[in-house]
Ligand binder design. Structure first.
Ligand code: AMP
Length: 438
């Protein structure tokens, strides 16, 4: 057969693999860590009474254009948009909120219950220059709460995200928070900011010049040092807030204080999407670089109505798996992906396979994770393999043991071994080896 070139993974994508699959893979891509974070997410969301939703990977392009806003980075440059065979414009979802809101309206979830709280986990797609912490396919978990405009709802949602990070073991996180007011305040502020920046327009970065008319608030987000210097004397959005919005924000901050969640009010925090209002927040690891916000969110009280539903207050967040796991492994470099395997059977002869198949099945059906090395290799090689797998116990079965219906069980950690009859091995598996996985 003609030699075929192997095909590489597309740019900006990555595989999530068991630690044992690729020795070269960076630790944050080990599936064991992903599963740990997912377990924490499912448990925490259940305790906070958020239900899971699983939504399509692609939606009508118009959904994202209408929700995120034409001028957002996502819609203006980052969407994976294609025409299907029926000439419909579809887009791989760049974020999760739009799909959840679409489903909320389409299924009339507001009629089923006054409030709805949901969460999701899944891949998102954005076409941007790949770099550390920024990928073209990445995973987000997010939560959305519909129906309550209470500041307590904001606190609950932030607390849930904070708890997820805390349970994973992330330390010294910073919660940056701001209020960007309602539509009215934002319009007033947009004008004030434009008036302030207009005399300096030529000094602004190219990106900020584009944003000046379309979305001037985004200039506050600019990482360009000259923009930052110009912004030093800019008016503050907090000066434009109406009293009801100010009260809302004060209550959010007081609630965070009451729960002992530290925060920093950050007047330049505006978030990139059009739909936010009132509370916006980001959570970052201790050292901030532009690319390492772990999770972010905010209120979007007008989005449901603007997408054709009834007026519904709402708030949500989204957080990227990659950056969270990168931060986790930076803070805990000792955390190796641990195997869940409890025992590896090593048959030394072909004739050992039938009893091993029986015993493995019995143990598996009792709930244990058990593997069999079918390779019939040299014992030395099989043990090296066991070592790589990180499994603590191996059970050897050769001619000698087979004749006595016994197994030799090796403790790879302690370097000890014992010989047990089949029945004793099965009957005493729990006390002897049952808690061997980490
Ligand atoms: P955003 O939807 O842009 O507010 O992003 C929310 C979170 O998703 C960020 O804080 C990141 O953790 C993650 N995120 C956003 N874009 C990317 C990307 N291109 N690659 C990896 N993670 C991302």
């Amino acid at each position: 057969m003609a030699r075929r070139e192997p095909i590489a993974i597309p740019k900006g994508l990555f595989d999530i693999l068991p630690a044992s699959f690729s020795l070269k893979e960076e630790a944050w891509r080990h599936v064991e860590h992903w599963q740990k974070l997912e377990d924490i997410l499912h448990t925490t969301a259940r305790q906070y009474a958020y239900q899971e939703v699983r939504l399509p990977i692609f939606e009508h392009t118009e959904l994202f254009a209408r929700s995120s806003g034409e001028s957002s980075d996502i819609v203006s440059k980052e969407m994976y948009t294609f025409l299907d065979k029926g000439e419909r414009s579809l887009t791989l979802r760049p974020e999760g909120t739009a799909g959840v809101v679409r489903a909320y309206i389409e299924k009339q979830a507001y009629a089923a219950q006054d409030f709805q709280k949901v969460y999701y986990i899944g891949p998102m797609f954005r076409y941007s220059r790949p770099q550390a912490g920024r990928y073209r396919e990445f995973y987000q978990f997010g939560a959305e709460a519909f129906g309550f405009d209470s500041p307590q709802q904001d606190i609950e949602l932030i607390d849930m995200l904070w708890t997820v990070y805390h349970r994973l073991g992330l330390k010294d996180l910073r919660l940056l928070i701001n209020s960007i007011g309602d539509m009215g305040c934002r319009d007033r502020y947009r004008e004030a900011l434009q008036n302030y920046l207009r005399p300096h327009f030529n000094l602004l970065s190219a990106d900020s010049q584009i944003r000046f008319e379309m979305n001037p608030l985004r200039i506050l987000d600019s990482k360009d040092p000259q923009d930052q210097a110009l912004l030093k004397g800019a008016p503050c959005i907090s000066d434009s807030l109406e009293s009801s919005t100010k009260d809302h924000f004060e209550e959010v901050l007081a609630g965070l204080d009451a729960l002992g969640i530290p925060y920093e009010v950050c007047p330049s925090l505006v978030r990139g999407l059009d739909y936010y209002n009132r509370t916006v927040f980001e959570i970052t690891p201790p050292a901030i670089t532009s690319q390492n916000t772990l999770g972010a969110g905010g209120r979007y009280d007008d989005l449901v109505a603007s997408l054709g539903g009834p007026k519904t207050p709402a708030i949500g967040f989204a957080s990227g798996f990659e950056r969270v796991l990168q931060a986790y492994l930076e803070q805990h470099p000792e955390k190796r992906a641990a195997t869940t395997l409890q025992l590896l059977f090593i048959p030394l002869e072909k004739s050992a396979l039938p009893p091993i198949m029986q015993m493995a099945r019995t143990l598996r059906h009792q709930g244990y994770a058990v593997a069999i090395d079918f390779g019939l290799k040299k014992l030395k090689n099989s043990l090296r393999q066991a070592d790589k797998l990180g499994v603590r116990f191996v059970a050897l079965l050769g001619d000698e043991e087979l004749q006595k219906s016994c197994l030799q069980i090796k403790d790879m950690q302690k370097g000890t071994s014992e010989v047990l009859p089949f029945e004793t091995f099965l009957a005493e598996f729990q006390p002897r080896y049952g808690s061997s996985h980490v």
